[in-house]
Design a protein. Structure first.
Length: 208
C-alpha cells in the first residue's frame, strides 16, 4: 500500500511545460482540463484530463528529467569494479549494462508503450477483461493518452459477494492463460496498482 499510494507526484505546474514541449503547442489546444496527478507511475505520473472533444482520458506524463537521471545511473553501473566476485565469476558487465540500457530506453518511450498496449488489447481478448484504449493522436515519446477507466482496487473488493469475487478471479486466470498460451504476450508489471475491479453491471477487470 505504501508503494502504491505514498509516492508524492509532482505539481501540475511543474509538468505542464514538458507537456507543451511534447505536444508542440499550448496544452489548451488539446485538453479542456488537466487535474493534479492522482498517482505516480514508475517513470512518470498520471493525470485525469478532458480532451477538447470532451473525452475523459488518463494522461501519463514522463518525468521531465528522468531520462538524464537514468543515463547517469547507467554510467555509474559502468564503474562497477571488475574485481572480487565480478572477476571470479566472469560477469560481463558491459552486456549487463547494455541490456539495462535497452530496457530503460523502451520504458522511457511512451510511443513504444502505446504500440505494445494496443497489440495486447487486440490479441488478448477475454470476456470481462478491459484494457484502456490508446488515443494515438495525442501520444508522444513522453506522453501516453488513453481512455479513463473507473474501478476499485483489490482491497476494496473484499466485501463483495463471493460469486462476484470468484468471477473476477476467473477473469484473471483466463487472461493469464490466454496471454501466455494463445497471444504470446505477457504483462510485465502485474502489481495491484495496475488493476481495477468492477462488479456493476457485471464483474470486470481493468488491466492498466
Amino acid at each position: 500500500k505504501q508503494l502504491l499510494d505514498n509516492i508524492e507526484p509532482l505539481p501540475l505546474a511543474e509538468i505542464l511545460p514538458f507537456v507543451e514541449q511534447q505536444l508542440g503547442h499550448p496544452w489548451q489546444q488539446s485538453f479542456q482540463h488537466i487535474e493534479e496527478a492522482h498517482a505516480a507511475a514508475s517513470l512518470g505520473q498520471v493525470h485525469h484530463a478532458t480532451l477538447v472533444d470532451g473525452r475523459e482520458v488518463a494522461l501519463k506524463v514522463r518525468y521531465p528529467d528522468i531520462a538524464d537521471a537514468v543515463n547517469a545511473e547507467l554510467k555509474l553501473a559502468g564503474l562497477m569494479p571488475r574485481v572480487g566476485p565480478v572477476k571470479k565469476w566472469g560477469i560481463d558487465l558491459d552486456a549487463y549494462r547494455n541490456v539495462l540500457k535497452r530496457n530503460m530506453d523502451q520504458e522511457l518511450d511512451y510511443l513504444s508503450e502505446a504500440r505494445r498496449q494496443s497489440e495486447y488489447a487486440q490479441k488478448v481478448q477475454v470476456d470481462g477483461l478491459h484494457t484502456p484504449g490508446i488515443i494515438s493522436e495525442y501520444c508522444r515519446q513522453g506522453l501516453l493518452v488513453q481512455s479513463w477507466e473507473y474501478g476499485r482496487k483489490l482491497d476494496e473488493t473484499s466485501h463483495w459477494p463471493i460469486a462476484e469475487r470468484q468471477a473476477l478471479g476467473q477473469i484473471l486466470i483466463r487472461s493469464l492463460f490466454h496471454s501466455l498460451f494463445k497471444a504470446g504476450l505477457v504483462h510485465g508489471d502485474p502489481h495491484m496498482g495496475n488493476y481495477f475491479f468492477r462488479h456493476h453491471p457485471a464483474p470486470a477487470v481493468v488491466l492498466l
